[in-house]
Design a protein around this ligand. Structure first.
Ligand code: NAD
Ligand code: ZN
Length: 405
């Protein structure tokens, strides 16, 4: 038996934010990030719609990018003090993910962070509140997924919390919110989305219900991401739907080791002054992982099906895999994303010597490989790497060298 779960309701299209006016409840806490939603007026609009619906509204503001365990605990306390029956998270993946984790702690105040991280081990929610997610970036699709990514900064590791319990009750996919994204955010979140779709399509947990969502998302992202990056607002709007479709696919088909590696490298060099941003990490690692996974015959065939679906050509599956890799590398070039960690600058742009020194990378690569193998996303990857292979793969991602093992 397999399960396929999505939010009960999804409102999409311009102006769908207004549906908040129709929500039924007494108290809503609105969880939000550092200021973009306030600056562009979306926060005020959301709050006034909720008040129009007759609710008392409290804000939990200032959720940082790549939210920490500490922020989750603080937010849960704010919820316990206020007692909301609606949790409304608005913004990028960070505030929405943080709010999902706060929700668990709000419903079960004694639960520890370690207990939350047990894959598909969250107790039943919705005894105190329902959850609505309103996404303002076009990548994580956390508005429809069963995941939340929280960073333990003491360990420098991102932990995925995974359970259909945290799939939101309502998702609002209003493209107006995504129109204010700066270019760099469009690039990173868009490559995150195509990684979700490709990993979901080749995942060992894929099924007839997830495949069409993944393929359609890949086709749309190929058609629209670079244009959206270059300021075409129709393509920007379309990307908001495409990333959501990719999310519906991967929430149910799971992901693979591109994400395992991104989770475990993201904050691993934070002491050198920067993060490897989630979407950029995926964009750099995806071509390498495709080459690695393509040694598995089933995965190779499925990459070939993706290439066929988006009309890349190629006479056999080997050629199709190469054409898919070439397309993704070209997208990275068009989006000003480097091909490897060595060339990843502290500002995320390509540079001769990036912020992660070679010596430091080599000192840490073994531990990162061990952590990546243990990541929740590794289990559904089509080819299971050994620690040694994972180390080699990470080195290819550092130096941009060919994967031939
Ligand atoms: N839950 C999931 O299924 C899932 C999937 C992939 C990634 N993630 C996680 O999500 C996080 C990344 O989320 P993200 O990429 O959406 O970025 P983010 O939420 O971290 O936001 C990045 C920055 O963009 C700003 N911003 C957001 N929307 C904006 C807009 N419309 N206009 C202008 N500025 C805007 C924010 O204020 C912030 O400064 C990471 O922690 C990642 O690990 C979660
Ligand atoms: Zn992702």
């Amino acid at each position: 038996m397999a399960r396929f779960t999505l939010p009960r309701d999804l409102y999409h299209g311009k102006g769908s934010l207004e549906v908040l006016k129709t929500f039924k409840g007494k108290k809503a806490i609105v969880c939000v990030g550092g200021g973009s939603m306030k600056k562009f007026g979306f926060l005020d609009r959301a709050v006034s719609y909720l008040k129009e619906a007759g609710m008392e509204v409290k804000l939990f503001e200032g959720i940082e990018s790549d939210p920490s365990v500490e922020t989750v605990m603080k937010g849960a306390q704010a919820m316990l003090d206020f007692g909301p029956d609606w949790i409304i998270a608005i913004g990028g993946g960070s505030p929405i993910d943080a709010a999902k984790a706060m929700w668990i702690k709000y419903e079960y105040p004694d639960i520890t962070f370690e207990e939350m991280c047990k894959v598909f081990g969250i107790p039943e929610l919705r005894h105190k509140a329902k959850f609505c997610a309103i996404s303002s970036t076009s990548g994580t699709a956390t508005e429809v997924t069963a995941f939340s990514i929280i960073t333990d900064y003491q360990k420098g590791i991102k932990y995925p919390i995974a359970d259909f319990e945290i799939t939101p009750d309502v998702a609002i996919v209003d493209p107006e919110l995504a129109e204010t994204m700066p270019k760099k955010l469009v690039a990173h979140t868009g490559m995150d989305a195509i990684t979700h779709a490709i990993e979901a399509y080749v995942s060992t947990a894929h099924c007839d219900y997830t495949d069409p969502l993944a393929l359609h998302a890949i086709e749309m992202i190929k058609a629209d991401l670079v244009g959206s990056y270059n300021g075409d607002m129709e393509k920007r709007d379309s990307m908001h739907n495409a990333q959501c479709l990719a999310g519906m696919a991967f929430s149910n088909a799971l992901l693979g080791i591109v994400h395992s590696m991104a989770h475990k490298t993201g904050a691993a060099f934070a002491d050198y002054g920067a993060h490897i941003i989630h979407g950029a990490a995926n964009a750099m690692y995806l071509p390498k992982v495709i080459k690695f996974n393509a040694k598995d015959p089933t995965a190779k065939k499925r990459y070939g099906q993706i290439a066929d679906f988006i009309h890349l050509g190629g006479k056999d599956d080997d050629e199709k895999v190469e054409l898919l890799i070439a397309m993704l590398r070209k997208m990275n070039d068009d989006l000003n994303i480097p091909h490897c960690i060595k060339n990843y600058g502290a500002d995320s742009y390509p540079t001769e010597q990036g912020f992660v020194p070679e010596k430091v990378f080599l000192e840490r690569v073994h531990d990162i490989a061990v952590n990546a193998i243990g990541d929740a996303c590794t289990g559904s990857n089509p080819r299971q790497p050994s620690v040694e292979e994972m180390e080699k793969l990470l080195k290819c991602c550092y130096y941009d060298t060919e994967v031939d093992f």
